[in-house]
Design a protein around this ligand. Structure first.
Ligand code: OAD
Length: 248
């Protein structure tokens, strides 16, 4: 067994409270490009023009050009080994919650039950005028989707300039400041306030395991065990090691 994988597995087995923090990198192998890698979404769409709440209010039709592409990609995506692995860890009683920045629903589809959606979920739509909500299925194929009041609907995801859903923020903060092990998968950890959570956990004495294709702003100062590689490969290796050590 690889030495670092074994260390990570032992941290999880010894921890009384383990949580996972995930970002777009965990869904790349499901066919959804991330934001900041080469060819990522922000390479093609300037977030200032397409991802702020002010941009949406000013020209929702334009923003829906990006949202349409995202929605079509997410629609055909299925959970990969890393989503399934986190779901399995939860069923084994070794992972309390997944806190994700992703809005693609793949953790839930991969078997995780306790998922905190820090940036909302693209599967519901809201009218900024009258407050009416819709399941995305009701408006499927309608671009841009409109409310009965005729206003263009916004997906229930957090745009830059909007607040984080209060319950997600409160629960995440409480979990980060009490966990003993933190598994971070596929995030560049540059977006605030999500990127405060690893620091909060570190300060509280948690061990930090990071899985990423490349080093991030966390790797040198926050991370204890850095597992460099594809999320699916590394998560699967950690889950197998946990099972092996538990049976030994
Ligand atoms: P980023 O695109 O910033 O970071 C994705 C990370 O995943 C990078 O560090 C990649 O190296 C890594 N990565 C890519 N493919 C991977 C793979 N197969 N296995 C492991 N790692 C991989 O995405 P996030 O950190 O999620 O917010 O971005 C955070 C937020 O920025 C998003 O939620 C979104 C965006 O703007 C809003 O729109 C509010």
């Amino acid at each position: 067994m690889d030495e670092l994988i074994e260390k990570a597995a032992r941290i999880i087995l010894d921890s009384k409270l383990t949580i996972a923090l995930t970002g777009a990198g965990i869904s790349v192998e499901s066919g959804i490009p991330d934001f900041r890698s080469k060819g990522g979404l922000w390479d093609r769409f300037d977030p200032e023009e397409y991802a702020t709440i002010w941009a949406f209010r000013e020209d929702p039709e334009k923003v829906w050009q990006m949202l349409k592409e995202m929605e079509e990609t997410v629609d055909s995506a299925r959970p990969n080994e890393s989503h399934l692995g986190l779901g399995e860890l939860e069923r084994m009683g070794l992972l309390k919650s997944v806190i994700t920045q992703n809005v693609d629903n793949l953790h839930q589809e991969g078997g995780s039950r306790d998922v905190i959606e820090y940036h909302g979920n693209s599967r519901s739509l809201v009218c900024l005028q009258c407050g009416k909500r819709y399941d995305y299925q009701e408006k499927k194929g309608e671009y841009p989707p409109r409310c009965v009041c005729t206003k263009i609907l916004k997906p229930n995801v957090v745009f830059f300039g909007e607040g984080i859903p209060v319950e997600a923020m409160t629960r995440s903060s409480q979990l980060a400041s009490t966990c003993q092990a933190l598994l971070i998968v596929g995030t560049s950890a540059v977006v605030s306030p999500f990127n405060i959570l690893p620091r909060q956990a570190k300060q509280a004495g948690s061990k930090i395991i990071e899985i990423n294709l490349e080093r991030t702003v966390l790797t040198d100062h926050i991370t204890d065990i850095f597992l460099q590689g594809k999320a699916s490969e590394k998560v699967s290796q950690v889950v197998s090691a946990v099972k092996q050590l538990r049976e030994a």
